[in-house]
Ligand binder design. Sequence first.
Ligand code: GCO
Ligand code: MG
Length: 405
Amino acid sequence: MKIKDIKVFVCSPGRNFVTIKITTEEGIYGIGDATLNGREMAVATYLEEHIAPCLIGKDASQIEDIWQYLYKGAYWRKGPVTMTAIGAIDMALWDIKGKKANMPVYQLLGGKSRKGVTVYGHANGETIDEVLNNLGTMINQGYKVVRLQCSIPNLKGTYGTLEGKKNYYELQGDRPLPPEQQWSTSKYMNFIPELFKQARERFGYEIGLCHDVHSRLTPIEASRLGKLLEPYNLLFMEDTVTSENPQGYKIVREHTVVPLAVGEIFSTVWDAKVLIENQWIDYLRTAVSHGGGITPLRKISDFADMHHVRMAPHGAPDQSPICFMAQMNFNLWVPNFGIQEFIGFGTEKLNEVFKYDVEIKEGLLYMEDKPGLGVEFDEEAAKKYPYKRSYLPVNRLEDGTLWNW
Ligand code: GCO
Ligand code: MG
């Protein structure tokens, strides 16, 4: 099964996506997601210039060897650009192996460990009322877990919401320069517990709730937030502090029993090692795309399992449905599964380019059994939506100091 051709596509059906297609001499092809939000062209170039030429003629069935070749062989290891590129190749090779075997990828990993994938959706809003109305709608739709994010009064733009704009996520596709947002830890801390208090008063304790802090607090502030939120029984608080220095999580862990999630920007097991082995976290959010593919994620998840850490892969709209379907396969298998982030069924444009079948019932997501990853990419449709440079926002304190986004 020699690799004959590798193509890289960059398209923007509402937002930017980088897709690769690996074709073998016998005509079987596989696809992978190489999207790195705001840095798309760096990964596309890495793939075209530095990876594709080395893989032509290699045996597509040797997934592990190709992974080691791209990781160890490059000398320059790790980093989001490199690992997203390797992740896309790995996904495409698993897709090929599944198609060749005529089986969904989860079968090749060891088969199903559960009937469906528990997901959490997002309820965002400008006011507490708006968030809670959205939460109510989602409960009626059968969601079992929902993430709540709310604008902070008197702050221009807060993570997970955008002034006056309802659909925060779709807008990310059209930002020719990074917009600037504002942050105030005290305004946030004085406000956010009220959101969860009212959510529990209105909807009780049956619905699972979580919250993303987007690394905006210091460890001691995050510890205090944990204490304030403890009465509202969160499934987890995500990214409370930055993770370059994992010891920050030790401080948070020692002060609060709110479960902690982290890892959406991790690209290897080394980013997570100290956090996992010390049992400072409860959920690991590393994605198949940004974590270097299914091959390394299997190992990370086994290591996490030994330390009571469950997998909760990142599921933002800036990962394409190819990554999402790779994660569906992974989640159906992985024994220490926690939960999957799921932002819904995508826009019309997105669904014109990517074809996949998932269905939600009572908060569980199900996929159609198809050989490989179970997703298709329409090259012709993609041509209609050319790449547009687009950035994530940056974040400043009210006095102008640049802060974590
Ligand atoms: C999440 C994330 C995203 C990221 C985005 C960055 O929990 O879903 O924090 O919203 O900010 O994916 O590219
Ligand atoms: Mg997050």
